[in-house]
Design a protein around this ligand. Structure first.
Ligand code: SF4
Ligand code: SF4
Length: 360
């Protein structure tokens, strides 16, 4: 598997109006304890159910003899804000340590994604001591209060860049939308945000971006075939394979997140979940980055899917995007299929130990 995007905890100190997830927001007292405790309770089982080897064959970089090179994968640790006081020691550092232990010797690259707001010399030093390969600052856009406009953003980046340099880090040399940035030597830092020309600039029809009528995407914006979309999620042996994970262990084929998860890592292994869906025409359509074809086997023609992709957003604007059709299809058709696939996996899992007992 090339990449895993792991949202460890919901807590964030901000409540940005463009955020793709309502649950990324400030929590206090008991509510904060609940989201941190959820993350703390689930990460051991989530990590245990990640693949034993996190490597992939890179189709984009064949050897002269035509074989594909085997490369180390990466895990992007995110929130919310993964470095908040309440989350950092109890969750983020422990997750990093557990991943380093699990993937020792494999060269797996750990990225910590942050707003950059609360980074200090001490936190950067602690992340470096834990072998973090990259700190990725994801707040460089006009939506983050206090960072409106190029001048403020530049000043913010300059201050952080100087601090990163003091810790021996260097800036990633290529755009964060380009996969090859993951082949640079660490430790690195990078900056990105929901800039209008970035791959997330149109904003996904999700969370507060959706509620606030901020998604500018159209039917021509196929998020599924882009970075963070569903493209290649099933093909876990090769480049382009990526899934996203939520704090409760739910797994999705894309960071946008389908209406229903494909499984849960607190109870099943990631590769078992993916392999159980291989060959299913619905998931193969997502895997091909063609969500408009996901319903062909279920009586939803491409025309039907596109028709169902039209809606009105919460601000009353007419809106159309394939992720909306995907939502409708999940609600109306897919829920029972996902439950059946899970049931099959559970039966297979329950049978396996009995067979071993019988043989011994
Ligand atoms: S966009 Fe980032 S900083 Fe803003 S609320 Fe969402 S997770 Fe927090
Ligand atoms: S169409 Fe569905 S699977 Fe594809 S990116 Fe959108 S929500 Fe994810």
């Amino acid at each position: 598997m090339e990449s895993i995007y792991y949202v460890m905890a919901w807590a964030c100190h901000r409540k940005c109006k463009h955020c793709y997830e309502d649950r990324f927001r400030p929590y206090v007292r008991g509510a904060l304890e609940a989201v941190v405790a959820e993350a703390e309770a689930n990460y051991p089982r989530i990590i245990a159910n990640l693949p034993e080897r996190l490597t992939y064959f890179d189709r984009d970089d064949p050897n002269p003899d035509g074989t594909l090179p085997l490369k180390p994968g990466r895990i992007i640790l995110s929130g919310g804000e993964a470095l908040l006081d309440a989350v950092r020691e109890r969750v983020t550092y422990r997750v990093i340590d557990a991943l380093q232990e699990k993937y020792r010797g494999q060269g797996v690259k750990i990225v910590v994604q942050t707003t950059g707001d609360i980074l200090t010399e001490a936190i950067v030093a602690e992340l470096m001591a834990r072998g973090v390969w990259m700190i990725s600052v994801a707040s460089i856009d006009d939506f983050h209060v206090g960072l409106e406009g190029a001048a403020k953003q530049q000043a913010f980046m300059d201050g952080l860049s100087a601090m990163f340099a003091r810790h021996g880090m260097h800036r990633s040399g290529v755009s964060s939308t380009h996969r090859k940035w993951f082949e640079e030597e660490g430790p690195l830092y990078s900056f990105f945000g929901a800039q209008p020309d970035s791959w997330i600039g149109k904003l996904w029809p999700r969370g507060r971006a959706w509620q606030n009528g901020l998604s500018g995407a159209t039917l021509d914006d196929n998020f599924c075939a882009r970075w963070s979309g569903g493209l290649n999620f099933l093909d876990h042996r090769h480049s382009g394979s990526e899934v996203s994970i939520e704090p409760d262990g739910a797994v999705y084929p894309c960071c946008i997140k389908t209406k229903l998860p494909i499984g849960n890592l607190t109870e099943e292994k990631l590769l078992d979940i993916l392999d159980s869906l291989a060959g299913d025409p619905i998931y193969e359509a997502i895997n091909a980055g063609q969500p408009q074809r996901m319903g062909l086997s279920q009586g939803w023609s491409v025309e039907t899917f596109v028709e169902r992709s039209h809606t009105t957003d919460p601000k009353g604007r007419p809106y159309a995007n394939l992720c909306i059709g995907c939502d409708r299809f999940h609600e109306e058709v897919l829920a029972p299929r996902i439950a059946a696939a899970r049931e099959r996996r559970m039966r297979a899992r329950d049978k396996a130990p009995q067979a071993v007992e019988f043989l011994t």
